[in-house]
Design a protein around this ligand. Sequence first.
Ligand code: HEC
Length: 129
Amino acid sequence: MTKKALIVFGAVLAMAVSDKSVMAGDAAAGEDIFNKKCKTCHTVEEGKHRTGPSLFGVVGRKAGSTDFKRYKGLKDADFVWDETLMVEYIGDPKAFVQSHTGNKTTSMTFKLKDEKDREDVVEYLKTVK
Ligand code: HEC
């Protein structure tokens, strides 16, 4: 490859990479969705639980591991939340719990259908730590 071809190749690669980051979630949009759809049951303050557990630092944390007393589907869960798992979970908590834990049901009775919304909200939750 000539030097010029290498430069062109590099530029195309850089564009492909930056394009990918545009595809990922948007944290600002995610905060909006969180405030509208999740805040009735969740806070992002450490140790402050409502109907659901605090989501402070939840991405990268072991599932079901806060001192929240009413875990059901995530009780004794044996995995750590990453983006992929969380996007799947929020879309259908009950189905998720059945396929990823030994539990049959969940106390989170809410589904966020839109995949882009789910990616955005998870992107926002990554910033809360
Ligand atoms: C109706 C109340 C309710 C709503 C609305 C709700 N949740 Fe939950 N959420 C819960 C409950 C209850 C749990 C505990 C689930 C269990 O153990 O079965 C939970 C658990 C979670 C967990 C796992 C926390 C942990 O400690 O492992 C995440 C992540 C989560 N919810 C994200 C969200 C997001 C994001 C939204 C908004 C799109 C949302 N939830 C909306 C009630 C709710």
